[in-house]
Design a protein around this ligand. Structure first.
Ligand code: SF4
Length: 126
């Protein structure tokens, strides 16, 4: 089982090897490898620290030091995807829902407003 904050479904699809630290980047790569190699794997959508946060320097004992922003990204992502915290869903299905309801609708900037990494993600569509 992989635990994911909903907005990380967006981060994962735009990851180019940059991040908060080398540990973060390495963990992101290995998590993505697991998800892409086993697309039927079930993920649980969680409102707090997940597999990605586990190696993040902003993770202070399960509390994100980035404050309200990640929570807002999660809620916006869930709302647009008609999903809820606690939902268990296959990675391939979640990836498709995120693509259909957010990415192809050009709604990335709505979900990720104010994110320091958004220029990288938007670069995918230029
Ligand atoms: S910034 Fe916060 S939400 Fe993002 S990976 Fe780090 S701990 Fe998790």
């Amino acid at each position: 089982m992989i635990y994911l904050r909903p907005h990380h479904g967006l981060c994962i699809q735009h990851f180019v090897g940059e991040g908060y630290s080398q540990d973060f980047v390495d963990n992101m790569k290995s998590t993505i490898q697991v998800l892409e190699n086993t697309p039927n794997i079930e993920i649980t959508l969680v409102p707090a620290s997940d597999n990605i946060c586990s190696s993040c320097p902003n993770n202070n004992q399960g509390i994100c030091l980035s404050g309200q922003k990640p929570e807002d990204y999660d809620k916006s992502c869930l709302s647009l995807c008609n999903l809820n915290f606690g939902d268990v869903i296959q990675w391939k299905e979640f990836k498709q829902i995120v693509q259909k309801n957010i990415l192809t609708q050009d709604k990335l900037s709505i979900v990720c407003k104010g994110c320091e990494w958004i220029s990288i993600c938007q670069g995918f569509y230029e």
